[in-house]
Design a protein. Structure first.
Length: 153
């Protein structure tokens, strides 16, 4: 177990969960409380299912350019990941996952950071967009008034 507040995992600094110091939540397949090493790829995705045996299903979305139609298309990949006890991500949470050794037949990744609910994240994004629209609405009024004054001269 580490007493640090942050760990450098493959060039990305990840905060240690608060629950990692609790000895009752020991998990040998956890990078914080156990001896699991992370390597390779890392992604940010959304938890869409939480199963037994500390397993979760995470959807990773990405855009792919279609050369023929000159458009972007959305691609989705479902990954089976290990959900440690110290993180305990729930359905709808945005999480960071890292590649690791083979943990079972289908699990090659482990959750290392929980960003919180996707719903909260989307609400923040909507607020930002609404603020931008309000600013844009105010600006055209100023531009139109300048045009009228220039035309009068």
């Amino acid at each position: 177990m580490t007493n640090q507040k942050e760990i450098n995992m493959g060039g990305i600094i990840v905060p240690v969960p608060e629950k990692a110091s609790d000895p009752s939540l020991y998990d040998p397949k956890c990078p914080f409380t156990g001896n699991l090493k992370v390597r390779g790829r890392n992604f940010i995705g959304i938890v869409v299912a939480k199963d037994t045996h500390r397993t979760a299903t995470v959807v990773k979305s990405s855009k792919q350019f279609n050369k023929k139609y000159e458009r972007y298309s959305m691609k989705r990949t479902k990954l089976r990941v290990h959900n440690p006890l110290c993180i305990d991500a729930h359905v709808g949470d945005r999480v960071r996952i890292f590649e690791t050794r083979k943990l079972s037949k289908t699990k090659n990744f482990v959750i290392v950071q929980n960003f919180g609910s996707e719903k909260e994240f989307l609400q923040k994004q909507e607020r930002i967009e609404q603020d931008k629209k309000q600013i844009e609405r105010k600006d055209p009024e100023k531009k139109e008034s300048k045009k009228h004054t220039e035309a009068e001269e």
